[in-house]
Design a binder for this molecule. Structure first.
Ligand code: HEM
Length: 528
């Protein structure tokens, strides 16, 4: 049940248009969502039938059938019997589960005005400071204001241009560390995550606060924390906390019964997170007072966001840190894992050959003339359709957001031709949509070539809906794509990757955002 109840995280359509090629790929997101919008919108309300229901037991409904920590998989199984849209009972609450592209699109775009509020679990209520974040707020004035702020300073195309230096430094550091590892330990498999995660966190800190950190004295905790401990408090703990379940979420009429263990754990997590954020902000305020200005979210919010409280600013800074640090790592690690398993796909000749089948000579010539023997840069991305296919296929097959954070129908509406009663929770199972056999051939197979066949419209890259859609589409899609694609290409340009023996079939996942359960270990051989 856990993963459904909680979850993270946005792309304003036109926003992507400026950063060269990648922007073109992302612009497709809006076009894809427009496909079908008009016809859907014309269907008027009528005496619609009620939803198919998955049978459960009195009082607890279907809760016992969802014991495993991967509800998206249970939802998919049910879709085989009850169809792409059905309702379940999570204790007292009615939940509508959507498992197909069409109904998901309808929920995110056409019916959005009726389902624009969030339903948060008790854990998320505490960890989000009661919706004081872009991703977890309801669609209201607060949401519009803070989304504008994060796009203006951190995630929009112009902001991403201004933060480019941090991404370039990050990829150089990553490359240097892998080279050093392969030189010093030629017979040992490297832990991919250890290097990538730490560098990504550094980038998150620079964008949010202006500087990375080595250690920090936290007054409220009376101790100095190492960088690793700071990462745990700001990223790992909250990600784990977000999937904590309080049984009272399912039985609101029993909310008077205390659940102290749960409350204490979550409150402590929240207090430690706020203490660390406050200490980090205090340090940077000293920098600002000394006259040193840096282009970062903190400096921007302190000057521009006059209507926000200290608590809200702290939460927004933390949000930028945790969202940068998590899902991009998940996607890049899965992509490298898939490529490592498959030597032929790492071969640039193979890639160009495929591209040439897709779009013949133009691409072959472009790749050779643009990249040559030099390192790939963000400017090259729009000319590498195979790389784009690798990225989108990884998002499809290893969804970092298997179920979109729960929405709530605050008024009666309709989806998929069924009546949706007011008060229903809405779970959009992106994993289920991406495993639809009618839409994807052999969906369980990781196969980037599916996006490169002649019949494929480049806009279809966004059929995965990995970044959500409509007004709540992911604000970080551009950043995620820039970081992930450059990293994948650069690491394949520079090294041959081979998984550690016995790890090829290890596709188990963990947590809210589909992390690889066991970090990927691979042997590296420098190509230079
Ligand atoms: C591969 C990486 C990522 C994936 C797959 C992803 C996916 C998503 C999804 C599915 C949503 C939810 C849309 C909804 O509620 O309907 C979302 C929202 C959001 N994402 Fe991402 N995301 C990624 C990376 C990022 C990054 C790097 C950031 C920021 C640093 C970010 C910031 C946000 C924000 C702020 C929202 C809330 C948008 C809103 O509510 O208007 N995401 N993301």
């Amino acid at each position: 049940m856990d993963a459904v109840l909680n979850i993270p995280a946005t792309l304003p359509m036109g926003a992507a248009i400026a950063v060269g090629g990648p922007a073109i790929a992302l612009g497709g997101l809006s076009l894809w969502f427009l496909k079908g919008y008009v016809s859907d919108h014309m269907r008027g309300p009528s005496n619609l039938p009620p939803l198919p229901e998955v049978p459960g037991v009195p009082l607890i409904g279907n809760l016992l059938q969802m014991k495993e920590k991967k509800p998206h998989k249970t939802f998919l199984k049910w879709a085989e019997t009850y169809g792409p849209i059905y309702s379940i009972k999570a204790g007292y609450n009615s939940m509508v589960v959507l498992n197909s592209n069409e109904v998901a699109k309808e929920a995110m775009v056409t019916r959005y005005p009726s389902i624009s509020t969030r339903k948060l679990s008790k854990a998320l209520k505490i960890l989000t400071s009661d919706k004081a974040m872009v991703a977890m707020s309801d669609y209201d004035e607060f949401h519009k204001t803070v989304k504008r702020h994060v796009l203006t300073n951190v995630l929009g195309p112009n902001a991403q241009k201004r933060h480019r230096c941090h991404r370039d430094t990050m990829i150089e550091n990553i490359s240097n560390q892998f080279h050093a590892y392969s030189k010093n330990y030629p017979h040992e498999a490297v832990n991919f995550r250890k290097i990538f995660e730490s560098e990504l966190f550094g980038l998150a800190m620079k964008q949010a606060l202006g500087k990375d950190v080595e250690n920090l004295y936290v007054e409220e905790l009376g101790t100095t924390l190492s960088r690793e401990e700071i990462f745990r408090v700001l990223v790992l703990d909250p990600m784990e906390g977000a999937i904590e379940v309080d049984w009272r979420d399912f039985f609101p009429y029993l909310k008077w019964i205390p659940n102290r263990g749960f409350e204490k754990r979550l409150e402590q997590m929240h207090t430690r997170r706020m203490a660390v954020m406050n200490a980090l902000i205090r340090e940077q305020k000293k920098r600002i007072a000394s006259g040193e200005e840096i282009n970062c979210y903190l400096d921007y919010l302190l000057t521009e966001a006059k209507t926000l409280s200290h608590n809200e600013i702290t939460m927004l800074l933390w949000e930028a840190i945790i969202e940068t640090s998590d899902t991009t790592l998940v996607t890049t690690e899965w992509a490298m894992f898939e490529l490592a398993k498959d030597q032929k796909r790492q071969d640039l000749k193979y890639i160009t050959l495929l591209c040439s089948q897709f779009n013949q000579d133009r691409l072959l010539l472009e790749i050779q003339s643009v990249c040559g023997s030099g390192n790939i840069t963000e400017e090259n991305l729009c000319q590498l359709p195979y790389l784009s296919a690798v990225f989108h296929e990884t998002l499809r097959n290893h969804s970092p957001v298997p179920v979109i954070p729960l929405r709530y129908a605050h008024e009666e509406t309709q989806l998929g031709g069924y009546r949706i009663p007011a008060g229903s929770e809405i779970a959009i199972n992106l994993y289920g949509c991406n495993m639809e056999k009618e839409v994807w051939e052999n969906p369980e197979e990781w196969n980037p070539e599916r996006f490169l066949s002649e019949n494929n419209d480049p806009v279809d890259l966004h059929k995965t809906m990995a970044f959500g859609g409509g007004r709540r589409a992911c604000a970080g899609a551009l950043q995620a794509m820039l970081i992930s694609c450059v990293a994948i290409a650069r690491l394949v340009q520079e090294f041959e990757w081979k998984p550690k023996d016995g790890e090829e079939d290890d596709v188990d996942t963990l947590g809210l955002t589909g992390h690889k359960r066991h970090p990927m270990h691979a042997f590296l051989k420098s190509r230079k």
